[in-house]
Write a protein that binds this ligand. Structure first.
Ligand code: NAD
Length: 258
């Protein structure tokens, strides 16, 4: 049997699993957005190899790194600001709208699940999103456009809160930053209640997010992992497909040309 035949058989198996799903949950990582032109962290040449993330403590304590964090945010806007949902986002939006999937738990901050039409009550953003900013001290909200004006006018300095002088940061969760309580609770409830848990494009090394697949499996869900590279959780999954997410979902769901 060729590698292609093996993948086709696995996609057919996934098709049967998805057709039978009633309370499925998708768990997505950066890999679902690579076909949209947004690099992931850990693939060869990914963001990790070029720009090591700025952790929360560094952001809080070093003004120069706050400036750098905002410089990267605006550079990202220029490169990926026009990104559109890919085949994976569209396939998941369909599974949600057909009530086969109860929701999507994403580690991504790019807003592409919403752009594909997934309603907010069906989406959990574990790591927040980058479409607005907040003061870390008093939680005041700031729009990105306002931060940009300040940043450009000041020659590249990160702004402080107008009310309390606290540091202003995108509404994303950095390494070392506490996870958002409500998002974690919603993700847990979805994970504990699902019949199928479908991991798409995550290296499953970022905790606590990486704990969800095993938790779903322990509670009896069928665990499926679709990723180009092996993950540590492959051994406990019911079905593993090492291939491109868009190709796999198209084949499994008969969505060619979608
Ligand atoms: P990761 O970079 O650690 O892993 C991504 C995985 O996806 C890799 O194992 C890679 O082999 C696989 N992959 C890439 N493209 C694929 C494709 N087309 N088909 C199948 N597999 C593919 O990403 P992570 O596990 O999500 O963790 C990184 C952290 O950084 C997360 O918090 C994530 O939210 C954040 N991040 C987000 C974005 C985004 O919002 N788009 C981009 C980069 C990083």
């Amino acid at each position: 049997m060729t590698a292609d035949d093996d993948i086709k058989i696995r996609c057919a198996e996934l098709g049967v699993i998805l057709a039978g799903a009633r309370r499925g949950v998708a768990f997505t990582g950066a890999g679902i957005s690579t076909e949209c032109g947004i690099p992931d962290f850990r693939s060869p040449g990914g963001l990790w190899t070029r720009n090591r993330p700025i952790d929360f403590e560094t952001f809080l304590t070093r003004r120069d790194m706050r400036d750098e964090a905002w410089r990267r945010r605006f550079a990202m806007e220029e490169s990926f600001g026009g990104a559109q949902p890919g085949r994976g986002h569209r396939a998941l939006a369909r599974l949600v709208s057909e009530n086969r999937f109860a929701g999507i738990v994403t580690q991504n901050i790019d807003g592409l699940h919403q752009a594909a039409g997934v309603p907010p009550d069906k989406l959990v953003e574990l790591h927040g999103n980058t479409t607005y900013a907040t003061c870390l001290a008093c939680q005041a909200r700031y729009e990105i456009g306002w931060v940009r004006l300040y940043f450009d006018a000041s020659g590249g300095s990160a702004p402080d809160c107008q009310a309390c002088d606290g540091p202003i940061k995108t509404a994303t969760v950095s390494f070392g930053q506490p996870m958002p309580k409500e998002a974690m609770e919603r993700a847990r409830a979805l994970t504990h209640g699902c019949d199928v848990f479908l991991v798409l494009g995550s290296s499953l090394v970022v905790w606590p997010a990486a704990g969800f697949p095993a938790a779903a499996k322990q509670r009896g869900a069928t665990l499926v992992i679709v990723n180009r590279e092996p993950t540590e959780f492959d051994a406990v999954a019911d079905l593993v497909i090492h291939a491109d997410i868009g190709d796999v979902l198209e084949l499994s769901m008969g969505l060619h040309g979608n």
